[in-house]
Ligand binder design. Structure first.
Ligand SMILES: [Zn+2]
Length: 181
């Protein structure tokens, strides 16, 4: 499984890479979870396109899915939470170029990439950013530790009564860009 790629080659050649990594292998992410079980299915696509001014852009799209084991805020048990990532990036070769791109593009993140681009590091960063600030079981046996009777809008609810779905099944549902196939 290629985890260290040449980001510019990926975009120049219009390639797609995909893989699956155990959650425990992402140590920064798994240190934030109640359980290190499961794996993250990921795919990264690269391509080139022209912006409105006719300048060539190098684009990356990262998609990933997993079922992560978060800690329930009420009973401290494991809450199975569906992670889904679908993010677009513009590649820059250095910080100066990244600053220039930033002025014109607002909906895409600018990524300073290199020929030794670490897919799993980007994946782990995005997964950590996607984590909810709090989580609890949808039907938790225990009362909320804080004593409040209603959950806040920031609380992610889930149920762990069902078996977690395959991360690849969820990833397939994310695949919408026809050119990646
Ligand atoms: Zn609970």
């Amino acid at each position: 499984m290629p985890t260290k790629i040449d980001a510019f080659e990926l975009t120049r050649a219009g390639l797609s890479l995909e893989g699956c990594v155990p959650v425990v292998a992402l140590s920064r992410l798994s240190s934030l979870l109640a359980s290190g079980e499961g794996e993250v299915a990921w795919q990264i696509d690269g391509w080139r396109q022209r912006d409105a001014a006719g300048l060539e852009q190098l684009r990356l799209r990262l998609r990933a899915s997993a079922t992560l084991g978060l800690s329930c805020g009420r009973c401290l048990g494991v809450v199975h939470w569906p992670l889904e990532i679908d993010r677009g990036f513009l590649l820059a070769t250095n910080e100066i170029q990244a600053g220039q791109i930033d002025d014109t593009e607002e909906e895409l993140d600018v990524l300073v990439a290199s020929r030794q681009f670490l897919v799993l590091e980007l994946l782990e960063d995005e997964a950590i950013l996607a984590l909810p600030p709090a989580s609890s079981h949808g039907h938790c046996d225990r009362p909320e530790l804080s004593g409040r009777s209603t959950g806040s809008g920031q609380t992610a609810s889930s149920t762990d009564e069902l078996a977690p779905p395959s991360p690849f099944a969820a990833l397939r549902s994310l695949k919408r860009k026809p050119s990646s196939w």
